[in-house]
Design a protein around this ligand. Sequence first.
Ligand SMILES: *Cc1c(COP(=O)(O)O)cnc(C)c1O
Length: 477
Amino acid sequence: MSYQHILSKIPKIDRLLQDQSIQLFLTQYPRARVVNVLRSELQSLRNEILQNESRFESSPELLEYPTTLKRLVTALDLQLRPRASRCINATGVVLHTGLGRAPLSSAAQDALQQVAGGFALVEYEIESGARGDRHTIVEEMLIQLTGAEAAAVVNNNAAATFLILNTLSQGKQCVVSRGELVTIGGSFRIPDIMRESGALMVEVGTTNKTNIRDYAQAINEYTGLLLKVHTSNYRIMGFHEDVPLEQLVELGVQYQLPVLHDLGSGSLVDLSRYGLVKEPLVRESIDAGADIVSFSGDKLIGGPQSGIIVGKKEFIARIKANQVARTLRCGKLTFAALEATLQLFFDEAKLLKQHRVMQMLTQSETKIRNRANKLKRMLAKIVERNGLVDVQRSSAEVGGGSLATVSLPTSVVALYLQNLHVDELAKQLRLSQPSIIPRVQQGQVFLDMFTVQDDELHFIVNALRNIIDKLENTADE
Ligand SMILES: *Cc1c(COP(=O)(O)O)cnc(C)c1O
């Protein structure tokens, strides 16, 4: 068989577009996108043939129309489905950065709904009709919740740190302990953000021990800022000493240098009251005298992605006036959701009931266990003789670099299917719609019920039903 002859077996786009299974995509997605996927997938197929002609020669069934069609439908499904779509987080990591961090309360969802389709008062003074300042939308609440004098909001905490360093320490030295040069996630590293901001990093102390004299000795006429970073995602145990914020503030006062506390998560409520390990409170940093404190809006605050800056008026004013602030500003969706989220912190009962992150963190073990048992019962009916479903105890985590050393007791549903490798089962779950994101650990697929809501269980059930149907169909073929 000649190469040309093999290639001639590849169906033409026009014919494909007539096919019922392709037309299904045309009803949902623009024709140009459908055609684009078909073109590129057929090109990949041509390349494969080119690279391994003999394989296609010896197995002509590889190019039979139904086989090619199946491949194209898979590609269309994968490439055209909405990318930033809802998924079910069965990983047991509450603030999962890859999964968009904090789920929002119904109040925040309503606020988003209100502004999404219309115009919104983002920078507008309704009394005077004059141009306003978007930071003021949540400033009053942040002042009340933290005790700070003023506040600003930017795109995320990395942006907040960058902006503060750029405003207060560009071309000047910023003193930081070697024990606090953290990496957060894949891309936030204190030394890098420092360099990019134009601040000149001066490291003091050692990895496990830094004292106040180390800072004092580093101060000179070029110093612009003293920085303390909350080592949110790890702990140093054993022979260890760092300088309390209060002492650093004293030093700052003595030399008239501002002190920045990058809190990372930053909590507005004392989590130890709910049996969790305490994460530093923003208010405590303000009370200790920090001039500026920064933290994420979508970690323990449980709001939309944002970076919150609170502190002394004079510094916040300079930060807001920095041209760079314009490049890091948030839009109406962020402000609407953040405003509604912060409001919950004024009413503890509401907070525990409606704030999704607080709700998850404070849920009882029994509740999680019941959810796991319920899912087990639902799945067992489907799995029947095809595999095993089992409830096990395990530990979940807060994630997002918050309460790093804390493990939260949870129950997981362990899932095992005959004739389907663990990795393939996990993949099939991820490819379901909505995506189910499990935890794969010790060669097992776990569905952690810490991060799954009761009203999401049916998605998992449907997904598994489809996976098993597919398994049985391929077995029949
Ligand atoms: C998470 C974190 C950041 C980055 O915050 P993002 O909101 O993810 O940009 C910075 N510093 C610390 C200490 C953090 O924990």
